[in-house]
Structure formats: structure tokens, C-alpha cells
Design a protein around this ligand. Structure first.
Ligand SMILES: [Fe+2]
Length: 212
């Protein structure tokens, strides 16, 4: 991960370049699927099993009781979940950006926060979209805080999808949180702008999940 928001600023100038800083509004999409209980009935035992098989913790900006490696997306037991989130991002690209891309999950990791665990402020540049899925969170756990001020309080089953350049952090939590994070690349735009209004996306593709 690079800290895109910390570089190329007036505090950290690139010699020879003039830097203009421009404000821009970014969307943060959140969604609670109607099938969250069925999803979590499968995911939670799978996460427990995965942790038993992979007990080592990776040290990153996240200070958590357990933090998996980066490549959980390659474990076929999680394929249904990767496909489901990929479909949601494809849907958002069409509905919000009016573009159709090939969406590819490049990283996926799982974290289990316990009391006082936290995540330092960071972003996920150069990925296009990032996702957080709250598999199991206790009431009163810490929110995710975007750009130092926009809080979203998680609940079990909530999906948050956001542009990867957005800074985010988790203040020290009082309560437990089991969270899946993912990065996605968007490539191969398949429609030109003259056709873009004709794109229709099958809503059932993101609303439903093919459970294993
Ligand atoms: Fe993050």
C-alpha cells in the first residue's frame, strides 16, 4: 500500500513540480444484504477454520488480535464471496459511473479485532475500489472513519465499498469486530460513451449470492 494522501502535497513537494490541490466529492456505498444471515452462517465457521489453518498474524497498519495474509481470495472456499462482491462493484460501476469494467479482486484479508485493537489511517491506492465486509461485530465496536471525519458504524452483514484513495482508520475498539477487506482493480472498459446509457445491469446479480 502506498499512502497516496501523504505524498505529493505541499508538505511533501515533488521538486520541479507545481502542485495544485483540488477538492473532490467521493461516494462511499454501504449495503446490508437481505441474505446476510445465510451468508454469515457459511462465512463465520469458514473464517474460524481459516484462522486455525493460518494462525500467524501479518503486521501492517492494522493492530489486531489476528490479521490474515493478503491473498485469501485465492482460497476456493471464499470464491462465492469474492464473486458476490465483484458483482456489486460491477453493478456500481454501471449504475453510478455509467461504465462497465472487468473487476478483479487483487487482495483479500481477514481481521479479528479485540478490545483496544485499531487501524492507523491509510488508503488502498493504487487499487480502484476497496471493500469492507463486517462478518461479525459486537454492538458498541469502533466505527470506520473516512477522511478523518465521516463515520460509519458497522453492523453484522454490512458491506462498504469505496474508492481506494479514501483515507480511513479504525479508532481503538471497545468491542470485537470480525472484518473482511478486499481490493479490486477495474480494467478493460467495454463500452464507449455513446453506448453507456444503454447499459443495463441485472440487479439480481448483486442482490443474490450463490452460496456454496
Ligand atoms: Fe483499509
Amino acid at each position: 500500500m502506498t499512502f497516496f494522501n501523504y505524498v505529493n502535497t505541499k508538505e511533501s513537494p515533488c521538486e520541479g513540480f507545481t502542485i495544485s490541490l483540488v477538492p473532490k466529492r467521493f461516494p462511499i456505498f454501504s449495503y446490508i444484504p437481505p441474505t446476510k444471515d445465510e451468508i454469515n452462517d457459511i462465512l463465520l465457521p469458514l473464517i474460524d477454520q481459516y484462522r486455525k489453518e493460518n494462525p500467524e498474524t501479518i503486521t501492517t497498519n492494522v493492530v489486531a488480535n489476528w490479521r490474515s495474509g493478503w491473498a485469501v481470495q485465492n482460497d476456493p472456499r471464499f470464491s462465492f464471496f469474492v464473486e458476490w462482491i465483484s458483482n456489486q462493484i460491477s453493478f456500481l460501476c454501471v449504475e453510478y459511473l455509467r461504465r462497465q469494467y472487468t473487476v478483479h479482486c487483487s487482495n483479500m484479508w481477514i481481521m479479528q479485532y479485540e478490545k483496544n485493537d485499531y487501524a492507523q489511517a491509510h488508503d488502498h491506492f493504487p487499487s480502484a475500489f476497496s471493500c469492507v465486509y463486517y462478518a461479525d461485530v459486537e454492538e458498541g465496536c469502533s466505527p470506520i472513519l473516512f477522511e478523518g471525519k465521516h463515520e460509519i458504524h458497522p453492523e453484522s452483514g454490512m458491506v462498504i465499498i469505496f474508492p481506494s484513495v479514501l483515507m480511513h482508520e479504525v479508532p481503538p475498539t471497545e468491542k470485537k469486530r470480525t472484518v473482511i477487506s478486499m481490493n479490486f482493480e477495474a480494467t478493460g472498459r467495454t463500452w464507449d460513451t455513446s453506448q453507456v446509457r444503454k447499459i443495463e445491469y441485472d440487479h439480481s446479480k448483486y442482490e443474490s449470492i450463490m452460496l456454496p
